[in-house]
Design a protein around this ligand. Structure first.
Ligand code: DQA
Length: 146
């Protein structure tokens, strides 16, 4: 059976490419999706990308995928640092979960050093740009193969 992974992206990640390129580079979310799918399909891993700027929609999506997928990757963007609602939703899932960030949040402003959601995930990958997504797919695969 193929591994299915849901990738959830939070606010402003739809603007990648135009948004603060000095931090996030010039890569767009579309390009991240293409590269991540290229990498995953070689391993028979199905990946679905979802993005929302709205906290409640992200909570709904987490509830919706629930046990329908084998793993979840989340870049909650700014909600990482604020959202108890997303933490609580993640806590309802028993599948492997990886938190990711394009940038190294620990090398940035102090308010980004705190993640509300890390407590609920198997691991955190940050600072590798587009590769954070690809590394997270491999991390989920590793957890599932154990
Ligand atoms: C981010 C880091 C967050 O602090 C920020 O609010 C984002 C993007 C990242 O991918 O580096 O929107 O999650």
């Amino acid at each position: 059976m193929n591994i299915k992974i849901q990738i959830i992206n939070g606010p402003n990640l739809n603007l990648l490419g135009k948004r603060e390129p000095e931090i996030y580079g010039h890569v767009t979310m579309e390009q991240i999706e293409t590269k991540t799918k290229e990498h995953s399909s070689k391993k028979n891993i199905d990946v679905d990308f979802y993005q929302s700027n709205i906290e409640g929609e992200i909570v709904n999506k987490i509830q919706d995928v629930s046990e329908k997928v084998s793993g979840l990757i989340i870049n909650a963007a700014a909600f990482t640092h604020t959202s108890v609602a997303i933490l609580d939703a993640l806590n309802t899932l028993t599948i492997p979960k990886i938190e990711i960030h394009l940038s190294n949040i620990y090398a940035r402003e102090e308010f980004r050093h705190k993640s509300m959601i890390s407590k609920s995930v198997n691991g955190v990958i940050c600072g590798f740009g587009l590769n954070s997504y690809i590394l997270a797919v491999d991390a989920i695969e590793n957890i599932l193969k154990k």
